[in-house]
Design a protein around this ligand. Structure first.
Ligand SMILES: Cc1cc2nc3c(=O)[nH]c(=O)nc-3n(C[C@H](O)[C@H](O)[C@H](O)COP(=O)(O)OP(=O)(O)OC[C@H]3O[C@@H](n4cnc5c(N)ncnc54)[C@H](O)[C@@H]3O)c2cc1C
Length: 458
């Protein structure tokens, strides 16, 4: 049977399963679009993943439909790749072996925000919508990616790690931010299983390889009135020193502390007015009632405050988080497609030495973009998403090896499997869950390299 005949048969089966042909999509252009994410960020992944696609997209509206699709897929041994909003940037939701794309964008209901600040929601809910609704009742997200407006809660838990807010609250895996979720399994008889407390780490950031999140309990934090501030400094050292002092001092109430060395700020064309030619830029979200004090300290440290305005939710314009975290790379690539990026964690003690070593070896092939974040032990560290000039895969690997050899942590965003991309658990908890919940290896196959289907299949 030809590929398209296979897809037709699969689509007919899925229409029978969910009883609604309008939610089973087969048009090749649509299937291709919904089979891809921001994988093209990586010049290494781009040629590998461009032609990978699922056969059919199905859009369930509730957990029972998810179970019905998984039951069908298991019976017919068809691969299933789960998709939230498709903003991941290592091809996490690009199907490597065809099959079904399980698009959860219609499962987007916010069920409740409890009195003690826990959001209960379906996985397709957009983070921006959750932030808006939460702020109406005095809460807000603890941390969110710079793709806030578009990204889904399920996709953030499945493929993200942290972002704006992480300087105060750590990443998704820290401080019980993810309270619990319900997971649909790909066992012989698929079922829903509740994971609470420590058990969330078996599924969190596993790229949909070991279960499908169908309902989520996410801890929020009391809402704060925030002001977005940018401060220009003559040198990166000055900007870094100032930002570090704000980031590590618990007395400041902050949501974002970012530093860019020149010429990164020159890439931010829509907000040229906050940039000063040749200067480094610090970008901070600070509690509005601490703004006056921050401005005094910034100026006393040699900074020029170039912008200060209230944050009023995800629709704020300009929304300065649009220039931070992995959005910075997007602006760099717009300015020059030869740029790409790495994801690093510098030492809070030796970072200046580490910066100097990388500069000495790689010159301006690496440009420093720092995002301060709290780790699980409560220590604020200089995380970084440096902008890197792409020369070759070998050169990129040399840079990664050098980073690791001088104690800089690297989550490699140029691989398409979990183990080297940064959040794979050394205790193999995600692998054990896959062996239990997906013994046939049908969930997002090829993304968890350590899984061996032959060892556990029926
Ligand atoms: C410009 C840009 C900036 C970014 N900034 C950040 C950042 O600051 N911080 C950060 O952490 N990430 C960042 N990312 C990556 C990405 O945007 C986030 O991780 C986002 O939260 C992913 O959500 P999504 O709904 O788009 O997920 P998708 O891309 O759709 O999915 C991500 C992964 O999760 C899996 N998945 C999706 N839904 C489920 C589910 N219900 N159950 C199980 N698995 C599921 C998918 O199979 C896939 O493997 C950025 C990406 C871009 C392009």
């Amino acid at each position: 049977m030809s590929g398209s005949a296979n897809a037709d048969k699969l689509a007919a089966g899925l229409v029978e399963v969910i009883g609604d042909a309008t939610r089973v999509l087969t048009a090749p252009a649509v299937v291709d679009r919904l089979s891809h994410d921001f994988y093209w960020y990586s010049p290494v992944l781009r040629p590998i993943l461009t032609n990978k696609t699922g056969d059919v997209v199905v859009q369930p509206v509730n957990a029972n439909e998810v179970l019905a699709v998984l039951t069908y897929a298991r019976r017919h041994e068809v691969a299933v790749t789960t998709r939230g909003a498709g903003t991941g940037n290592y091809g996490q939701c690009v199907p490597l072996e065809g099959g079904i794309v399980l698009d959860l964008s219609l499962m987007d209901r916010l069920e409740e925000i409890t009195e003690d600040g826990v959001a209960v929601c379906m996985p397709g809910l957009r983070l921006g919508l959750l932030e808006t609704e939460a702020r109406k009742v005095g809460w807000e997200l603890r941390c969110y990616p710079s793709t806030l407006v578009k990204a889904s809660v399920g996709g953030f838990l499945g493929g993200g790690s942290g972002g704006i807010g992480s300087v105060a609250h750590g990443g998704l895996r820290d401080f019980d931010t993810v309270r619990a979720f319900e997971v649909a399994t790909m066992e012989e008889e698929p079922r829903l299983v509740l994971h609470e407390g420590n058990a969330v780490h078996e599924i969190l950031h596993a790229w949909g390889t070991n279960g499908v999140l169908t309902r989520i309990w996410l801890s929020l934090t009391p809402a704060v009135e925030w002001t977005q501030v940018t401060i220009a400094f003559d040198t990166f050292d000055e900007a870094f020193g100032f930002a570090e002092s704000v980031a590590v001092d618990a007395a400041w109430t902050k949501r974002l502390v970012t530093v860019f060395e020149w010429p990164i700020p020159s890439f931010f064309s829509p907000v040229k007015n906050v940039v000063r030619e040749g200067k480094a830029l610090a970008l901070i979200m600070i509690a509005t009632d601490e703004l006056g004090e921050l401005l005094l300290v910034a100026e006393a440290s040699g900074g020029e405050v170039t912008f200060a305005a209230a944050y009023d939710g995800p629709r704020t314009q300009p929304l300065l988080s649009d220039y931070t975290w992995n959005h910075t790379t997007l602006w760099a690539m717009k300015a020059d497609p030869a740029y790409t990026y790495l994801q690093c964690g510098f030492s809070p003690v030796d970072c200046r030495e580490q910066f100097a070593k990388l500069r000495a070896k790689f010159g301006e092939e690496i440009l420093f973009h720092i995002e301060f974040m709290k780790n699980g032990e409560g220590i604020v560290i200089p995380g970084a998403i440096p902008v890197v000039r792409f020369v070759s895969e070998e050169r990129l690997n040399e840079m990664i090896d050098t980073c690791r050899s001088i104690g800089v942590f690297v989550a490699n965003p140029h691989v398409n499997y979990l183990e080297d991309a940064g959040r794979y658990r050394a205790d193999n908890a995600q692998l054990r869950a896959k062996e239990k919940y997906d013994p046939m290896g049908l969930l997002n196959p090829g993304k968890m390299m350590s899984f061996r289907k032959a060892a556990v299949a029926k």
